[in-house]
Design a protein around this ligand. Structure first.
Ligand SMILES: Cc1cc2nc3c(=O)[nH]c(=O)nc-3n(C[C@H](O)[C@H](O)[C@H](O)COP(=O)(O)O)c2cc1C
Length: 338
């Protein structure tokens, strides 16, 4: 039997040893509230690499301090952040895994003491702050921060950059008609709502020639939100700008009750893959080797992103290999158990 989950995947100059990706997960563990990586981050990411994950994408990392979800988020808004991120990467690379970073800005979903910014001055919910509507100058400064984030990511030794365009954070706030109420060239039509992401990608590409992924929410769970047709339009634009893969999640744009089931978001990854002819990553309640294999063999997505399954078990790849009857090499130190 073929084991597509354990086949390598090449994107630009980078080859992942298998199709298993650690999905970005905020750990809220930058304990001094300065964005710096802590010993916890080193152990957390290296252990998943020892577990033979192919690509580890670190948690949402803020390109500006006001773009943090919480005060404890990792940051990349200064050159001083590079060293800690470099150490995370060394640990990941020691085990033959590749390292990705998720560059992020929370926009109106920043839960911070200071002023927060978004495309429009509407709060996410009554318990959240009302953001300040971004001026053109704010937009320029933020695009520049993503560019600088990409430059620092390269210096820190990352192999992949993922832009966080999902879950109702800043990029998503520009993309969605539910959150973007602007009357200028950044709002209104979908061409205009895409403009901010277009400029962010252009900025990142000035500094970064490696693989570029973008995470989107492929369903907004609201009748006035973006449709699959809009997401296919966005994905085509991204493809023409040189984005390599769309990581397809859902939700988070506006409060909504979601009733998830195994693989509940895979259909969005599949529709974008087919509709825009671009590689995709599937994520969301994927928990077994067989389930992952089905998605890959049926060409519904190209990479399998796992969050909670890997949080629970850093050796998930071994569990999946056993389930699929594949002989997976592990760290030599663990041979007696492996
Ligand atoms: C603790 C935790 C933190 C998360 N933080 C992020 C994040 O920083 N960026 C992101 O795009 N998604 C984040 N997510 C969402 C996951 O990446 C993933 O899309 C989601 O959990 C569904 O996958 P799963 O069913 O495998 O957990 C987080 C999820 C969890 C459980």
């Amino acid at each position: 039997m073929k084991h597509k989950l354990f086949e390598p995947y090449t994107v630009k100059n980078v080859t992942l040893k298998n199709r298993i990706v650690m999905s970005p997960m905020c750990m809220y563990s930058s304990d001094n509230q300065d964005g710096y990586a802590q010993p916890f981050h080193l152990a957390h990411y290296e252990s998943r690499a020892a577990g033979q994950v192919g690509l580890i994408i670190t948690e949402a990392t803020a390109v500006l301090p006001e773009g943090r979800i919480s005060h404890e988020d990792l940051g990349i808004w200064s050159d001083e952040h590079i060293e800690g991120l470099q150490k995370i990467n060394e640990g990941i690379h020691r085990h033959g895994a590749k390292a990705g970073i998720q560059l992020a800005h929370a926009g109106r979903k920043a839960n911070l003491r200071d002023e927060i910014f978004a495309p429009s001055a509407e709060a996410f919910s009554s318990s959240m702050k009302v953001p300040t509507e971004m001026t053109k100058e704010d937009i320029k400064r933020t695009v520049e921060a993503f560019r600088e984030g990409a430059r620092r990511s390269e210096k820190a030794g990352f192999d992949v950059i993922e832009l966080h365009g999902a879950h109702g954070y800043l990029i998503n706030q520009f993309l969605s008609p539910l959150t973007n109420k602007r009357n200028d060239e950044y709002g209104g039509t979908r061409e205009n709502r895409y403009r901010f992401l277009r400029e962010v990608i252009e900025g990142v590409k000035q500094e970064w020639e490696g693989p570029l992924f973008v995470r989107v929410s492929g369903e907004e769970y609201h009748e006035d939100g973006n449709t699959m047709d809009d997401f296919i339009y966005f994905a085509r634009e991204m493809k023409s700008q040189g984005v390599d893969l769309i990581d397809v999640s859902s939700g988070g744009v506006v409060p909504a009750a979601i009733d998830p089931y195994p693989g509940y978001q895979v259909t969005y990854a599949e529709q974008i893959k087919k509709g825009a002819d671009i590689d995709t990553g599937a994520v969301g309640l994927i928990t077994s080797g067989n389930q992952a294999e089905e998605i890959l063999q049926n060409e519904r997505a190209d990479l399998i992103f796992l969050a909670r399954a890997l949080l629970k078990n850093p050796y998930w790849p071994k569990e999946a290999a056993d389930e699929l009857g594949y002989s997976l090499e592990g760290p030599r130190q663990y041979n007696r158990a492996w």
